[in-house]
Design a binder for this molecule. Sequence first.
Ligand SMILES: [Zn+2]
Length: 283
Amino acid sequence: MIIDCHCHAGKGDGLTGPWDTAAPLEDYLRRAATSGIQRTVLFAAFHSDYAVANREVGRIVAGQPDRFYGFAFIHARHDRGRVAALVREAVERFGFVGIKVHRYDARISREICEVAQSYRLPVLYDVMGEVSICELLAREYPQVNFIIPHLGSFADDWRAQHAFIDPLARHPNIYTDTSGVRRFDLLVEAVERAGPDKILFGSDGPWLHPGLELAKVRALGLPPSAEQLVFGQTFLRLISQVRTLLATGGLNREFKRYFGPVTPSSRSAQLLDPWLVRRQEAE
Ligand SMILES: [Zn+2]
């Protein structure tokens, strides 16, 4: 089984470039089928309101639950105070299994990491070359698995990508994906130093061709067992905890363990959010 861990879907509401305008899946799905990719992780394009964008992705995932996994896109600044509510809706209503954050929006926050921890969700965080943050994330949130896509830089900043291989190799909770990485020798070095179990196949579809990205990973010439890790086994391990929680109805229990009991008066999505509650207590 081959799982593409990085693909965008749905409409953005900007007009800056493809990344915030539209991520249509028709061509991607045809190309993925031809390439032997069976499953795909979807998250939104850039959007000014991720509650709206995540729901659109949620509808696509719910339409083909055997074909897609969903990640909730979160804006660390715009969504401040409502991260728990957004993630809760994404996980409990749509069965999403991860969080996506991009530094282009804002730097990742403790709020996001703590919500990820409570739901046992991996976080795919595009650091845009700011790879030093991995040191802080890995140590502050050892229970959260972080996937840093593009070997740390979609812009092909080889200095950042090379520097990133060090925290990738040292920290058990730092992972990467192969999407958009052009300097092949850096990918070879990442596999050699960090191990194939730290690297996930991703395409950055629909804007990059999944077959082309897959050919790149095949060209690494890994033994079949190592290739299977990259093609999906590691991804399935990273989402196994939240899937167990979903399957056993344990989500509420975990949420309470981290954020306290849900009282009848705090049932609205906004008040469920511990950061809002804490702020209100402080006032
Ligand atoms: Zn992407």
